[in-house]
Design a protein around this ligand. Structure first.
Ligand SMILES: *Cc1c(COP(=O)(O)O)cnc(C)c1O
Length: 510
């Protein structure tokens, strides 16, 4: 049977909004207003008003609905399939979290609502702080930072304020070379110069490396545990001792907390401050820049420097407190991303302590399952048990001229999102896989099978991989040109899909 023109099955092609509609079409038909109308010039200064937007699309409601629904069907997300993007913890986001975040009492609460009428929201924040403190072994928590990186910066600001109060804010921050790029960026933004620490041969930081870099101008070490190689920093206690002895602070990048939940607590490992990526570990849909939250847990000596307002409890009432003389000030409008806090709260309450522990256990088992099945087929640079994620490389495929990029692109043809690639930077051609706890054995087996077939294809038909993906709407792009001169008009490239009929893509620029 001949394919319908312009579609593949029921996946539709979709021109830009600017290429659709017709003059005079509108998306709604409201009755005439029963109050006097005003011309826009009387409300907005004339110079701020645009006469007419040339070519502004005029569309009916169904056209708009179909446009965005079709585009959403091109998208890939955790609700569609496996998303082993290392370091990002792309776990399934339980629907009950969404239900709770949409309760009108939470979703419609105005940030200026008087405290007396917002007791439930304040109580939720107060309790969430305590849960996060308990889970991490820290004394206090601030919920305000809006993302992990923002949490890093907020924590360093508190550390700076603390050291300043003791006479010297110091100049340097130590950052292992396996760290996420946000670590050196946060330290620079906070006025520190980053000093890179070389990871040892086992992929973790050696105490001797820290000892030789440590002096009284080092404000803090930023250490990720488990680190971005998916390995537990086994010498953390000793490292913390070395840093503390010279008056420095130990900051933990807590983005990988999924591996530790209910098993080990950073607060028991000599950590002074840690950020939580609520959107990763505590299951809020993320990626694409949507709202997240990066609360920071701190030990008592850093508590006076928390951002304001803090959430306090007086008897059975909850209130906001701006009276914290040594506070670093405000880091976010209002109180942070409240919707993300509701989701994290619902997640923690739904799982409870034993459920949280199972999260970590299963996340670790799933990563080790991938490791044991792909070992020998892909090069494993650190051949030891991993935590929540595992790193392979393209070293076995390179002799056939096949790279990590080719493997990642070919996975799309098999229906999988790629792992994180070329990160961490210290592993050449890295493929960083984080399956998370929410994937079934069947899904992991399908992924393993796809990875095995790709390894075979690399030997038998490297050309096939160089041109992958073959079955997607858009096939292999020139990455640099796509980033610098994005062409958002979709155009079929694959031979199997017929050309769009003339006129469907008006003004196609090529
Ligand atoms: C994701 C991540 C961050 C940054 O978190 P954002 O919420 O994206 O700002 C920092 N460190 C590590 C190890 C991460 O995986």
């Amino acid at each position: 049977m001949k394919e319908t023109v312009g579609t593949r099955g029921l996946q539709f092609n979709e021109p830009l909004l600017f290429e659709q509609g017709s003059k005079g079409r509108i998306g709604s038909s409201l009755p005439p207003p029963d109050v006097p109308t005003r011309r826009p010039e009387r409300l907005i200064p004339k110079k701020a008003l645009r006469e007419e937007i040339e070519g502004f699309p005029e569309l009916s409601e169904p056209e708009v609905v179909r446009h965005f629904t079709r585009l959403s069907q091109w998208n890939y997300g955790i609700d569609v399939g496996f998303y082993p993007l290392g370091s990002c913890t792309m776990k399934y986001n339980p629907r009950v979290n969404e239900d709770m975040a949409r309760l009108p009492g939470f979703a419609r609460l105005h940030p200026y609502t008087p405290e007396a009428l917002a007791q439930g929201a304040l109580q939720l924040m107060w309790e969430l702080e305590r849960y996060l403190a308990e889970i991490s072994g820290m004394d206090r928590v601030t919920l305000q930072p809006a993302a992990g990186a923002h949490g890093e910066l907020t924590a360093l600001m508190m550390i700076r304020a603390y050291l300043e109060s003791r006479g010297n804010p110091r100049r340097k921050v130590l950052v292992p070379d396996s760290a996420h790029g946000t670590n050196p960026a946060s330290s620079t933004l906070c006025g520190y110069s980053g000093v890179s620490l070389k990871s040892g041969p086992r992929g973790i930081v050696e105490p001797s490396t820290v000892a030789s870099a440590m002096d009284e101008e080092v404000a803090a070490i930023m250490i990720t545990n488990p680190n971005t190689l998916g390995l537990f920093e086994e010498h953390l206690l000793e490292i913390a001792e070395i840093v503390h002895e010279k008056g420095g602070q130990v900051y933990c990048d807590g983005a990988n907390l999924n591996a530790l939940l209910g098993i080990a607590r950073p607060g028991d490992m000599g950590i002074d401050a840690i950020q939580f990526n609520l959107h990763k570990t505590f299951s809020t849909p993320h990626g694409g820049g949507g709202p997240g939250a990066g609360p920071v847990g701190i030990k008592a000596h850093l508590a006076p420097f928390r951002p304001v307002p803090t959430v306090e409890r007086k008897g059975d009432r909850f209130c906001l407190n701006d009276d914290l003389p040594q506070s670093v000030g405000k880091v976010r409008s209002f109180y942070g991303n409240f919707g993300t806090m509701v989701r994290a709260y619902a997640y923690i309450r739904a799982l409870g302590p034993s459920g949280l522990r199972k999260v970590a256990e299963r996340a670790v088992i799933n990563a080790n399952y991938l490791m044991s099945h792909l070992k020998g087929i892909y090069h494993l640079p650190y051949d030891r048990f991993c935590k929540h994620e595992v790193i392979f490389t393209d070293a076995y495929q390179q002799p056939h001229g096949v790279s990590t990029m080719d493997i990642a692109k070919r996975l799309i043809d098999y229906g999988f999102h790629s792992p994180t690639i070329y990160f961490p930077l210290i592993v050449k051609g890295a493929l960083m896989m984080e399956p998370t706890e929410t994937e079934s054995k069947e899904t992991l087996d399908q992924f393993i099978e796809a990875m095995k077939r790709i390894a075979k294809e690399a030997e038998e038909d490297p050309e096939l991989l160089h041109k992958a993906p073959h079955h997607s709407k858009v096939t292999r792009l020139d990455e640099v040109r796509a980033a610098r001169q994005p062409n958002l008009r979709w155009r079929p490239q694959s031979k199997e899909v017929p050309e769009v009929p003339p006129g469907a893509l008006k003004g196609e620029g090529g």
